[in-house]
Design a protein around this ligand. Structure first.
Ligand SMILES: *Cc1c(COP(=O)(O)O)cnc(C)c1O
Length: 215
């Protein structure tokens, strides 16, 4: 189990134009540092307390991505530094992110989390609502919707995963055609990133295949 070689072999196999988010939730500063020292600067977290602690302790040129469900009352803790929020999943959250971004005199880039899997997830917009949600976002000056994020069903059925990613890609392309801010399609994790890449992902979020199994 060697984190550096895991990362390097994944980086070598993922096409250069696709961003890798090293998902470092539950991982120590030391382990994150070992990937950072290879020249990698993008890490993803899903808990605010952990994210803030890591931001404070680790090098300031790391780009921190929030990939997990975000409660509105926590937005203020990350608004000054977060570089991309993958999990924008409600209009209330959109309003709050805009407000906190404004207070920090910046624009926060966000992806709309879209519910594509079969699981009864509470989070994510319906794929049929994307255009309306983007329309809503136009009233906000300090938030920029740069793309979509989705998680496929946790299953062994490759065709199912493929068809879920494919439908997200289709919506992404449709909006990209009319919206110049649209450039990011965040799909694919350790178990399914190869399928996601085949289906047109531009950003994969990989944790356990880099750092090993989480505790
Ligand atoms: C944990 C997590 C990942 C990474 O999962 P792995 O299977 O460890 O690669 C990706 N995306 C989200 C939203 C996550 O919460």
């Amino acid at each position: 189990m060697n984190i550096s070689s895991n990362f390097q072999s994944i980086r070598k196999n993922v096409p250069q134009h696709i961003d890798i988010i090293a998902v470092s939730k539950n991982q120590t500063y030391k382990k994150i540092q070992s990937v950072y020292e290879l020249g990698h600067k993008i890490f993803g977290e899903n808990r605010i307390k952990e994210l803030v602690g890591k931001y404070n302790h680790l090098p300031k040129d790391i780009e921190w991505h929030m990939i997990g469900h975000l409660q509105t009352n926590k937005v203020k803790k990350i608004a000054s530094f977060v570089s991309l929020i993958h999990s924008l999943d409600s209009l209330k959250l959109m309003e709050e992110i805009n407000k906190r971004a404004q207070q920090n005199d910046r624009t926060i880039n966000c992806l709309l989390q879209i519910h594509i899997g079969k699981e009864e997830s509470k989070f994510g917009f319906s794929i049929n609502n994307i255009e309306n949600i983007i329309e809503e976002s136009m009233q906000y000056q300090n938030i920029k919707i740069t793309g979509l994020m989705g998680m496929a069903t946790f299953t062994d059925k490759q065709e199912q995963i493929q068809s879920e990613f494919r439908s997200l890609k289709k919506s992404f392309e449709k909006i990209k055609g009319i919206n110049e801010n649209f450039s990011v399609l965040s799909m694919g994790m350790s178990g399914d990133y190869k399928i996601a890449i085949q289906e047109g992902s531009t950003m994969v979020r990989i944790g356990s295949s880099i750092f090993g199994k989480r505790n």
